[in-house]
Every structure is written in structure tokens, then in C-alpha cells.
Ligand binder design. Structure first.
Ligand SMILES: *Cc1c(COP(=O)(O)O)cnc(C)c1O
Length: 438
């Protein structure tokens, strides 16, 4: 009988509704900035497993913290008893997250449940039923968080009633300028979306799954001012681009935002399931038994979270992300001289996107097959990455912040070769048919 590989077993056992596969990469291990493929090949990870692998794989600080915590487990839940790692992490999050007044922390397992929690508690505590978010935004895949998301991959599910989805101004494809969006918001406030009905606006300080879009300078700050005038709370979703990835501790700092609530996820657990909401005491203490997840805040996941925050400080990861991110983006930008398909390289720190176009003048996005082929070829050449964007035309780079300058150069060389090979027709449509995901 022939050997049945992980990929076939995956296809037979794992539900399609819970997976995105961008290449045949199947994993048996990981160390540092490399993923170990079934068969033993080490692949350079430029995906960060979609964000959580902020410190790569098997980082000694996380291993040590988790080992210590699981050997002497202080319970398995934060519901019934406080535990040291969870309380310490909450204290630390309060210390590193700017904000005024008394605040409290809620722990969950994923960015989705954290956005759900923020949404529900804001609606209940303010008595306001409406929310504002953006077309292209991704806030999660649970009922609540999905209901305020605006990604085109989610049109299978209706938005939450009363949600106002605004365009996110895109400087590269300026169909709606910052001024136009603000004017649309003013008009909505004057007409069918009375601002006193709006509890909060959910903001991605850089739109990530919607296409790695850095907002035009001043846009988010102007939006914040308009909302504050009406008592609308500012919620910043830092799940993907927060915690040092953007080159600053918090991505919202680039935009001059002063959020009422901040949502953390992905990187916070360093690969373990962990999310958090930091918000005003009067909202976060709204009611008892309001957002209880039994194993959330368990001492193992929160010990990992503590190790992540400590490593961000000890290894000065914001500065490192800015430095290596600049190197990496410059390397990718230099490829534009050889490859017409590269329309723009953008991002902040080690959150980098490469926007692929059919034509640099019209900026028409390439078809998803082209993006998928480049990712497939990168996989063959030894690097893992994914794509994002409402037209599936943006290569997404979210590597571990432990990426070295050599790793960055290796990644750029692989992308260079992969684009050349795809343009030369070395990858077929059939090769990527099962890797075009969203
Ligand atoms: C991934 C993501 C989420 C959801 O996080 P999960 O851990 O997948 O539940 C929420 N917001 C943003 C911005 C994300 O990128």
C-alpha cells in the first residue's frame, strides 16, 4: 500500500470550512524561522502562520514558560480562581497599552472571540445597537465578529443588522479618497445612521486581510475625531498587526489613535490560543457571566503570552521589526525593476504586501491564479507565504520578527526566482487549482 501523506489525510479529515491551504506544505515540526515539512525539508517561514508565530517556532522563552506552567498547573481556567500567569499578563497588558482611566482586561482564545466580546459588551453597556466598520475588514469568523467584517470572502453570511460598512481609503487605488469617506460618514450621520445609535467603530490600523493597506495619513485620526464628538467608542483591532509587528509596539501609534478599547490576538499567544480585550472598567465590568469561556486565561496560554511580551521588550522587537522590515521591503521593491507584475510594495515593519498587477498604469489586479502560482513556486523553492486582498492579488509577508537579514535576503531571492519562473510558464493552472482559497 502506498504511503498516505498528511495532505491526503488532511483533505479527508479536516473540514473545508475551517481551512485555507495556499500550497502543499504539510508540517511535522518547526524551529526558529523555519517550518519542517513532512519528509524533513526546512522551509523559510514568511507567513508567521498568518500572524501568531511572532517569535518563530520553539522560541526558548516560550518553551520555558509553557513547560514551567504546565508542570505545576495553577488550575485550568480563570473563571473560578485567579492564577499567577493570567493576572500578571493582564497587569502587563494594562501597562503596555496606552489609555486613560481605570481599565480591565478580558481573555479569550482567538481574535474572533475577542472582537465578539468587545462588540457584545459595547452594545450592552452603551445601549447603542449600531457599529461602524470597513469594507475589506476582517474581525473574525464567529457570528459577532463576522457580522462586523467586510471581507469579500464572507458574503456567504449577512452582516449584523445596523452595521455601517465604509470604504477603507486605499492610496494605491484611490477610488474613494479619505475626504470622500469622511464625507460619506457625515452624510450617514445626518441621515439614516443617527450617531447616537452607534456604539463603536472597529478599526484595523492597517487593513491586513483586505490587502495590506496602509491608510492615508490623518484619515483614521479624522475618523476618530468625528466619532468622539458623538460619544462613539474607538475599538482598534491589533490582532494581526499589533505587538511590535508594525515597527512600533502598537500599530495604532502610527496613526495617532487613542483607542477606548484594544483587541489583541494571534501573536499574543506566540502560537498558543490566546486573545485579549483591554477596555474601560465601566464597560468591561458591565455584567457578571457575560463573556465566560472556561479555559480562557488558563495558566499555560497566559504564561506563553507573558513570555511573548517579555521577549518583545528583551529583544527590542519593535525596532528590529522596523529595521529588518525596511531591508526586506527594499529588497522586494528592487525586484520591481525586473518584474512588471509588481505594482507596489507597501506595509509597516514586518507586515509587508506586494500588490500584483496586470498593468502598472491601470493597476488592474492579476487574476488569483497568478498569485497562487507565485506562492506555489515559492513553496517549491523553499519559502512559505500566503495571499490576501479582496481580489486575491497581494502577496502577504508576516514573518516571525526574529527574521534575520540573511533570511530576508533569502526570501527576496526566492520571490524573485518564483516570479520569473511563473512568468516563464513553469507552474500550470492545474498545479494551483486546489490552492485558490479566498
Ligand atoms: C485573524 C484576525 C482576527 C481573528 O483572529 P482569529 O484568531 O483567527 O480568531 C481578527 N482580526 C484581525 C485583524 C485578524 O487578522
Amino acid at each position: 500500500m502506498s504511503h498516505v501523506g498528511l495532505r491526503q489525510r488532511d483533505a479527508r479529515a479536516i473540514a473545508e470550512i475551517g481551512r485555507l491551504r495556499f500550497s502543499p506544505l504539510s508540517l511535522v515540526g518547526g524551529r526558529g524561522n523555519r517550518l519542517i515539512e513532512e519528509g524533513g525539508r526546512a522551509v523559510l517561514d514568511l507567513s508567521g502562520s498568518a500572524g501568531p508565530a511572532l517569535l518563530g517556532y520553539g522560541h526558548p522563552a516560550i518553551v520555558e514558560a509553557v513547560e514551567k506552567s504546565i508542570r505545576n498547573m495553577a488550575g485550568a481556567s480563570l473563571l473560578l480562581y485567579p492564577n499567577e500567569p493570567a493576572v500578571s499578563l493582564a497587569e502587563k497588558l494594562l501597562a503596555v497599552t496606552p489609555g486613560e482611566g481605570e481599565r480591565r482586561v478580558w481573555f479569550g482564545h482567538s481574535g474572533s472571540d475577542a472582537n465578539d466580546c468587545a462588540l457584545r459588551v459595547l452594545a450592552a453597556a452603551t445601549g447603542r445597537p449600531r457599529f461602524i466598520s470597513f469594507i475589506g475588514s476582517y474581525h473574525g469568523n464567529l457570528s459577532g465578529s463576522m457580522g462586523i467584517s467586510g471581507h469579500t470572502a464572507m458574503t456567504h453570511t449577512l452582516p449584523r443588522p445596523g452595521v455601517l460598512l465604509l470604504p477603507y481609503p486605499d492610496p494605491y487605488r484611490p477610488r474613494f479618497s479619505a475626504e470622500a469617506v469622511l464625507s460619506m460618514l457625515d452624510y450617514q450621520f445626518e441621515t439614516t445612521c443617527p450617531p447616537h445609535q452607534v456604539a463603536a467603530v472597529f478599526i484595523e490600523p492597517m487593513m491586513s486581510d483586505g490587502g495590506l493597506i496602509v491608510p492615508p495619513p490623518g484619515f483614521l485620526k479624522a475618523l476618530q475625531e468625528r466619532c468622539r464628538r458623538h460619544g462613539i467608542k474607538i475599538v482598534v483591532d491589533e490582532v494581526k498587526v499589533g505587538l511590535a509587528r508594525s515597527g512600533l509596539m502598537h500599530c495604532f501609534e502610527h496613526e495617532g489613535l487613542t483607542p477606548d478599547m484594544v483587541v489583541f490576538g494571534k501573536a499574543l499567544g506566540g502560537g498558543l490560543p490566546l486573545s485579549a480585550v483591554v477596555g474601560p472598567k465601566e464597560i468591561m465590568d458591565h455584567a457578571a457571566a457575560f463573556a465566560l469561556l472556561t479555559t480562557a486565561g488558563n495558566p499555560v496560554a497566559t504564561a506563553a503570552g507573558g513570555a511573548v511580551l517579555k521577549a518583545i521588550e528583551d529583544e527590542r522587537l519593535p525596532g528590529r521589526s522596523a529595521r529588518i522590515g525596511t531591508l526586506f521591503a527594499e529588497g522586494l521593491r528592487a525586484l520591481a525593476g525586473r518584474h512588471e507584475i509588481i505594482g507596489e510594495v507597501r506595509g509597516r515593519g514586518l507586515a509587508v504586501g506586494v500588490d500584483l498587477v496586470v498593468n502598472r498604469d491601470t493597476r488592474e489586479p492579476v487574476p488569483a491564479t497568478t498569485t497562487a502560482k507565485i506562492i506555489y513556486r515559492c513553496y517549491e523553492l523553499g519559502a512559505a507565504l500566503t495571499y490576501v486582498g479582496l481580489k486575491a492579488n497581494v502577496l502577504e509577508f508576516m514573518p516571525p520578527l526574529t527574521l534575520t537579514a540573511d533570511d530576508a535576503a533569502e526570501g527576496v531571492a526566492i520571490v524573485d526566482q518564483a516570479i520569473a519562473d511563473v512568468m516563464a510558464g513553469k507552474v500550470s493552472d492545474a498545479d494551483v487549482a486546489s490552492f485558490m482559497m479566498w
